[in-house]
Write a protein that binds this ligand. Structure first.
Ligand code: FES
Length: 568
């Protein structure tokens, strides 16, 4: 519980059954760190430190924290930096998603347990920003999110490169025999040339933009690249605003309203952002007590065209988006579609912010107007049907158009290891019109890894096949592309229909109609269900708690006892 009468360093007192002694002892220990009485009169601003050798995307976070610290001091606050879990996407097994809720819980609890009047949460890599926003939504302590910023682009043989859309493209070419061993190593050394998060419109970039739209970050702070002065200036501004927020006592829950979420869904569609944003926004809404559903995503996505030219749906990168004006310019371009009454961490109404914002200039081509969009609406569609009674998602803008409506024969893989062992075996006889089904990669099964965009069989890639329908209860990277149906709910590990699919079954996908059906009779499915055995849950620790309490993808994959919980 928040001790409402106490402020600054006297918040969240250690309990010795003697409040005076608790304050006295706290000051004695802080004196050992060089803090005097004058320091300890100031509002305390916590700053989360997610720098880690295991998170290369956060390599510049210490410098960003210094800029935030400077802003806090300038505004009269006392900055207190503290470590939390850091989730580096590429160095976590089996998937960083398994730990998003752990990071959200840990951040929430450490903010609550330590004395601070406001907190700046410094994230960036894919799951960190969602975890921090979920923590913020669960706290009464006012919170501002800051992100590491994106990498600058690399280049190879005259072509710009970006992680990780180009990682996948070149790896696909290598598998198809178009790039030899020496060339693929050359590309590898140039894909990630600077500190920062992936520079395409993947999950990190998408979630940074959505955090800004939701109002949890300073305006204009999603897009400055990690290595720029603009990123550090945003840090200073964020530190100053955290002190102002501490005085106002306005919590993230006051900012995370239904109109704020609807604006975020519109921007997600205009960006053709990561499919991972669907689960993260559903989880965040659950924390904030906003009744958001998959149907909201589908409804809004069908109204908003693609406006931003960034990979994987377009051709540009985050630094181009930043030069074009970033999120404020995009919001200006789609002003007529937004609810302008929302208020973010600055206390300013979106209407007032956009009054002071220029429309995207004619000199740039990254942010398009509603009259001249880059692509049609419905870049993301929600699918329902006998194979996904509670829903699944397809990033239509990233799928080959000839596969938007498709019927094919299923080939079933039981988890990522099965894919690795069998996918390239020509004896399987997989044809381009077949449907690759991957199960056992849902939230309960293994924390929902990004295994959904499984590789095409090498022998088909060598024949020039670029895309096939792939269906799973897992996720895919926001940087990936293809006709990849994801987040099938309920997942196979809890007995969803995906668990009952067999090789040779007919599956029908219709993106326009929003359907995903398994064309097998009810009686046959009942017979198979009687034979199905529920997989065992992990024996101990976080993985056991997670498997026992995690909700399905259509509920945001949060733990059931954290959703809609009362703050503090
Ligand atoms: Fe960190 Fe892509 S791996 S943002």
């Amino acid at each position: 519980m928040v001790e409402t009468g106490l402020r600054g360093i006297d918040r969240s007192l250690t309990n010795y059954a003697d409040e005076g002694f608790s304050r006295y002892l706290r000051r004695a220990f802080l004196a050992s760190a060089g803090y005097d009485g004058q320091d300890l009169e100031r509002p305390v601003i916590g700053i989360t430190n997610t720098a880690s050798d295991y998170n290369t995307c956060h390599r510049e976070v210490p410098q960003l924290i210094e800029s935030i610290r400077r802003g806090v001091l300038e505004a009269g606050g006392l900055p207190m930096v503290f470590p939390t879990i850091s989730l580096g996407e590429i160095l976590l097994s089996p998937t960083s998603m398994l730990y998003r809720n752990l990071m959200a819980m840990e951040t929430e609890e450490m903010v609550r347990a330590q004395p601070m009047d406001a907190v700046v949460m410094v994230g960036g890599c894919d799951k960190t920003t969602p975890a921090q926003m979920m923590a913020a939504a669960s706290l009464e302590v006012p919170s501002i999110v800051a992100v590491a910023g994106s990498m600058l682009t690399g280049d190879w043989r005259g072509e710009r490169l970006g992680a990780c859309t180009d990682c996948r493209r070149y790896w696909g070419q290598h598998r198809a025999g178009e790039l030899d061993e020496r060339e693929i190593v050359e590309v590898r050394e140039r894909l990630c040339p600077t500190a920062g998060t992936c520079m395409v419109m993947g999950t990190a970039s998408t979630m940074a933009c959505l955090a800004e739209v939701l109002g949890l970050m300073m305006p204009g702070s999603a897009s400055p690249p990690a290595t720029t002065g603009a990123r550090l200036r945003v840090g200073v501004e964020t530190g100053r605003q955290a002190v102002a927020l501490a005085g106002q006592g306005r919590a993230a829950r006051d900012i995370l309203t239904r109109p704020a979420f609807e604006n975020a869904l519109r921007v997600l569609a205009a960006l053709s952002g990561s499919t991972n944003a669907v689960v993260h926004l559903l989880a965040l809404a659950g924390r904030a007590g906003v009744a958001l559903t998959l149907d909201d995503f589908d409804r809004i996505a069908r109204q908003v065209p693609l406006l931003v030219d960034c990979k994987p749906a377009g051709s540009g990168y985050m630094e181009d988006f930043h030069r074009a004006g970033g999120v404020p310019a995009l919001l200006k371009a789609m002003e007529s579609q937004l609810d302008l009454t929302t208020v973010g961490v600055t206390g300013q109404r979106l209407a007032d912010l956009l009054d002071a914002t220029d429309a995207p200039g004619a000199w740039q081509t990254t942010i398009r107007s509603l009259d001249d969009p880059l692509g049609p609406a419905a870049s993301l569609v929600v699918l329902k049907g006998s194979l996904a009674p509670d829903g699944a998602v397809l990033k239509r803008a990233a799928a080959s158009p000839h596969l938007h409506r498709h019927r094919g024969r299923a080939f079933v893989f039981e988890g990522p290891e099965d894919v690795a062992v069998r996918i390239d075996d020509p004896a399987l006889g997989i044809e381009p019109d077949d449907v690759l089904v991957l199960r056992g990669v849902g939230p309960v099964a293994m924390g929902m890894p990004e295994a959904g965009s499984m590789p095409l069989p090498k022998y088909l890639a060598e024949r020039g096949v670029k895309d096939m329908v792939r269906i799973s209860d897992g996720r895919m990277s926001g940087t990936a592309y293809g006709a990849v149906v994801l987040h099938v709910a309920p997942e196979s590990a809890v007995g969803g229909p995906l668990a009952l699919v067999r090789d040779g079954d007919e599956i029908e996908l219709d993106a326009e109609a929003g359907r995903l059906d398994l064309l097998v009779s009810d009686s046959e499915l009942e017979r198979r269900r009687a034979e199905w055995k529920k997989p065992a849950v992990p024996a101990r620790g976080w993985r056991r708690l997670y498997a026992e309490r995690v909700q399905q993808a259509d509920r945001g994959v949060d733990l059931d006892f954290l959703t809609g919980a009362d703050c503090d």
